[in-house]
Design a protein around this ligand. Structure first.
Ligand SMILES: [Zn+2]
Length: 396
């Protein structure tokens, strides 16, 4: 046609370059199957664009813009947030041609970068053994939080074609300090805490509060901040089961999981016992690895784990699992365990010092403060009971 607008006389390569800059740092927010999804194009760090939908209005100015612009968008589109839609009134306006259907589709997105916050709950088995169970958390604060990806999973299952192939998942354990509960005025921390919020391995005055809380997804639970792990002497063991992640489907080609062990970020608190983490962290990591293999189809895989040692945080564990043919099952876990943690230091009085695990004699666990050399040593924690056996009954 002789009337082709000048823009479309540019080569496709140049047009794509222009689309790229128009899309940079932008995100699409749209609703599908009762979940509101946030899908971002390439995000430069430190740049945050508001007005997501408005910024992308140019897509609607011509059919050809829409087709080519979306093509470019999906080259780098990453699902990075989802929330349950409780009330259509509060949903952002979708970008639509017909006033109803979003121009964006989850089915065309290839990558997801999601995070999941975990806490603990208690279970008591019929034989009266007590366990800490690591469970998804987050709904306590906002009921739109899709904490176990159940709602997102239903949206994925409902897709005619699903292009999701690469999953990045950040796993945190939620922890707070007793002091925070008091500061927020949200009720007591066991009622018998006497203002001593320092870490204390031998402090056993929390025996009652460990078990008398109504430890469910309720406001009172949230108020009690009971998500820290119990000391090994108080439980029969720790149980982690990440199979809920299979809500995200099992056709991923690559799964990358970053697990941030305890004592990580000041905001999340730092009050749960090191001894508990010495035992629980490997259990959590092994469960994540088991589920990651299933997320890539459960037939063949290549797996590796590694550590990221950042100066301002405890050591982070990273797991990479890639889908392979049936016959191929390569790699094993080599870095599981609690390697370091951040905590206040009794010796040099730093508020947050990094303690690294070092080899110790049989029966002992030793961490050494990176800055002042303070040694924290304790006996290798043991469970009273044995993991496994008996069905789990929730404590009343
Ligand atoms: Zn120190």
């Amino acid at each position: 046609m002789g009337t082709t607008p000048p823009f479309f006389r540019l080569s496709l390569e140049l047009r794509n370059r222009i689309y790229h800059f128009a899309l940079l740092n932008q995100r699409a927010i749209f609703t599908q199957s009762a979940v509101q999804l946030s899908v971002s194009y390439i995000q430069l760090s430190g740049v945050y664009e508001r007005q997501a939908a408005k910024n992308l209005c140019w897509l609607l100015t011509s059919r050809r813009f829409l087709e080519e612009g979306l093509e470019q968008f999906y080259q780098h589109a990453t699902l990075d947030r989802c929330s349950i839609v409780r009330d259509a009134k509060f949903v952002s306006q979708d970008l639509t041609l017909d006033g109803k259907t979003s121009v964006f589709e989850l089915g065309r997105v290839r990558a997801a970068n999601l995070s999941v916050t975990m806490g603990k709950t208690h279970v008591v088995r019929k034989d009266n053994t007590r366990y800490n169970v690591i469970v998804p958390r987050g709904k306590e604060r906002f009921d739109s939080v899709d904490e176990d990806f159940g709602a997102l999973g239903r949206a994925i299952v409902g897709l005619e074609a699903c292009g999701l192939r690469e999953l990045k998942l950040h796993v945190h354990l939620f922890r707070t300090t007793p002091g925070i509960g008091r500061l927020l005025g949200t009720g007591s921390w066991g009622g018998d805490s006497d203002g001593d919020s320092d870490e204390d391995e031998d402090d056993d005055d929390d025996e009652d509060e460990e078990y008398d809380s109504d430890d469910t997804y309720t406001e009172s639970y949230w108020n009690r901040y009971g998500t820290n792990l119990s000391k090994p002497s108080k439980v029969s063991g720790y149980i982690a089961d990440f199979s809920f992640l299979k809500n995200l489907g099992t056709s991923w080609e690559k799964v990358w999981i970053q697990y941030t062990p305890t004592y990580m970020e000041r905001y999340w608190g730092d009050e749960d016992p090191v001894a508990a983490n010495v035992l629980a962290v490997p259990i959590i990591e092994e469960s994540l690895a088991k589920t990651a293999k299933e997320l890539v189809g459960g037939k063949g895989w290549a797996l590796r784990d590694s550590l990221v040692d950042e100066s301002l945080s405890a050591t982070v564990w990273v797991l990479d699992v890639e889908r392979k043919g049936k016959a191929e099952k390569t790699g094993k876990l080599e870095h599981v365990g609690l390697h370091s943690y951040l905590a206040p230091c009794d010796k040099c009085r730093q508020r947050e010092e990094k303690f690294r695990r070092e080899p110790a004699e049989d029966g002992m666990v030793r961490f050494v403060g990176e800055d002042c050399g303070a040694v924290v040593e304790f006996e290798t924690p043991v469970f009273f009971g044995q993991e496994g056996g008996g069905s789990i009954v929730a404590e009343q």
